[in-house]
Design a binder for this molecule. Structure first.
Ligand SMILES: [Zn+2]
Length: 195
């Protein structure tokens, strides 16, 4: 399993996982410093050997636009809803062969609905087809739970694998509770996502 290097903003806010080579480049260029490294495993560049970086911190603060963070993607949407259809309550593992998870707009786009976190839910393809251009109430469908905008960190980390050392930085910045929720999401996804 390849685990990337966790990149922190200069404020220690966890930003993303970057490939090892990219992390090393940032360090060599003086754009980041190594916060945690595996000194048992060296990575060689043209001129020297470095301990393998596990966590790096950018030397200059970078501004991450809110809009980018809040973009709805199916990967994050399905993770938010625990890979479960929000109408019939079936998890992805219980779907039939020709069914799949899809994005449903609670208020359909054709009726003025928007593509925002509070108007999209995970739906199996059967429920999505049945609902079509209706509002749930109109055809007796009910949401398992109303959609909410998830905390950025839930989305960002729900679909990634973290090492224990990297998890420590997530916990430090966001609290143990958030880390626990992320791990719960991660486990569920691994179990229920079809191969
Ligand atoms: Zn369904």
């Amino acid at each position: 399993m390849t685990v990337g290097c966790l990149a922190l903003n200069s404020s220690f806010e966890p930003l993303t996982l970057v490939p090892l080579r990219r992390a090393l480049r940032l360090v060599i260029d003086g754009k980041a410093e190594i916060v945690e490294a595996d000194s048992e495993r060296l990575v060689r560049s043209a001129y020297c050997a470095y301990p393998r970086p596990i966590v790096i911190r950018l030397t200059r603060f970078i501004h991450v636009p809110r809009r980018f963070r809040r973009q709805v993607t199916n990967t994050f949407l399905f993770a938010r809803d625990a890979y479960t259809c929000q109408y019939c309550g079936r998890a992805s593992a219980r779907l039939r062969t020709r069914e799949s998870l899809t994005r449903d707009h609670v208020v359909p786009l054709s009726r003025g609905g928007t593509n925002t976190w509070t108007n999209v839910v995970t739906a199996c393809s059967s429920c999505n087809t049945r609902k079509a251009h209706h509002l749930p109430d109109e055809i007796g469908m009910h949401l398992v739970r109303p959609p909410t905008e998830p905390h950025f960190v839930h989305l960002s980390w729900a679909v990634r694998r973290l090492t224990p050392i990297q998890s420590k930085y997530i916990r430090t910045f966001y609290g143990a509770n958030v880390l626990h929720q992320i791990e719960a999401l991660d486990n569920r996804g691994a179990v229920e996502r079809p191969a």
